[in-house]
Design a protein around this ligand. Sequence first.
Ligand SMILES: [Zn+2]
Ligand SMILES: [Zn+2]
Length: 190
Amino acid sequence: MKCYLEFLSVIMIGCCFMASCAGKASNSEQPVADAPENYRCFPCGLACDTILHPGPGTCNHCQMELVPASTIIHTDILPADMCSLDEERTLFLDVRTAAEFNGTAPDKFGAIRNAVNIPVQELESRIKELEKFREKDIVVYCSHSHRSPRASYMLTRHGFKKVTNMSGGMSTWKETVTDTGCNHKLYRAQ
Ligand SMILES: [Zn+2]
Ligand SMILES: [Zn+2]
């Protein structure tokens, strides 16, 4: 038995040695098999967004269709970091309903000054309205960051390159943005 194992390990070492020699001799890039693509749910803003699935299908938690993880390219920003953005170069996109945006809905979380409002349900059909902002950085927000990740994903799929989702939404703004100057600059109370 011991002999057999030693024999095996000699063969294995031999194989490894030959493989590495072959690699060097050819001096060409070894075609490395692509790692299998992971899938995530079409971003819904829930905890399930971070789960990686080995293949396509549907998310058990939010029922969203899974998409290749590499296609989710928008970034995130915390409300407290919003004031470091260059306002001139940034479009703030509020994807809540018109009532939530203008403060007539029961929940009043406030809004970002000078934001453009396109409800997430209408974004696909109204995407042309954003054409003139294509060169800008777009920061997408809602109330709890459950709708804005989906909208962010949609924008990147339509070729918008600099898309950022505001984590937590306006409901977390009040708790986390304490800088008076920042509030004065960007926050519109309702
Ligand atoms: Zn999700
Ligand atoms: Zn999900």
